[in-house]
Design a protein around this ligand. Sequence first.
Ligand code: OVV
Length: 393
Amino acid sequence: MIPASDIDPFCTEFFDDPYPAHAVLRDAGPVVYLSRYDIHAVARYDDVRAMLMDWDSYTSARGVGLSDFAREKPWRLPSLLLETDPPLHDRTRKLMDKVLSPAAIRGLRDAFATAADTLIDTLLARGTFDAVPDLAEAYPLTVFPDAVGMPPENRRFLLPYGNMVFNSFGPRNSYFETAVADAEPVLAWVRAQTRRDALSASGFGAAIHAAADDGTVSEAEAEVLVRSLLTAGVDTTVNGLCAAVYCLARFPAAFQRLRADPSLARAAFEEAVRLESPVQTFFRTTTRAVSIGGETVPEGTKVLMLLGAANRDPRRWDRPDDYDIARRNAGHVGFGTGIHGCVGAVLARLEGEVVLNALVRKAAGLEIAGEPKRRYNNTLRGMASLPVRIVAA
Ligand code: OVV
């Protein structure tokens, strides 16, 4: 018997405090039927991980949101990475792996570190600032479009665009509708930014388009792959950086430990991704009858993977709700895993590392200086505002 629940994982009360509901869903069983949306959900670490690894039983090609592309027309042109299965997925992924390879990212390190130092210096001079717009948004909005090869104008447009796409993986609720209305004015701009002639000759964008010359992808496919970067590359790291600042502000002992040893910056960012899980959920669709913890789920079923619940599953983690920058957190699913595991994780980790490293080298402490305000999104967990104070070391 698969237990049923009327929990709504896409409503304000859930977003305000998802953790009690996560526990209910994990404890109910390996798989739970969510009556409100007629879907199934998986919240335990082992089961989420097993789903992520089994792309053959759990397709992404029917969409990784609530909408089933086999039954509803996709609301946007599907991603050639995210919303595909092998063999198409492997062709596009191989290209993106090359474009975002560790060697390519290594070449960005010095520029990213310098940008982080400059930003933290500016914030130290102010003392009190809003960590969302002034740090978590400001940093990726500079370094990422630079790395892609975008012109300097209008980069902020990437925020409403990403907010819309990440909302689109959930139900057609008011969060989605508002985000679509907010992004409508920037859609044509985003589309134009994916074209070869809009992008500088160096950068990830040019590297993707170069693959059109040797026939790896068509010119049209190259544009859709650049779109993936523009969609998934900003809001995710914004919320990752926001998570890290929020963790370090709430766990001052962790801040001081990091200050004593800034080489832990990378681990501190990783632990924030585990604990806050900026990307909370994705769906898969079953391609056959599957067994989840001994329960049978039929073919053609949408299954919600609660990555954030898996990352705090007490079956897997000691003191799961603690921000412990020394914990062995490899294996968390904040970046997913398997063939669809985050292709930009190397870049996200570099951004997180250099920002936290600059912060703890230059600041003696970090504290919350006002009421944090949550930002609601059907997929992303983050904030609209996080007032903080820092003082120079
Ligand atoms: C991981 C992710 C999120 C949103 C969009 C895409 C990927 C894409 O490939 O378009």
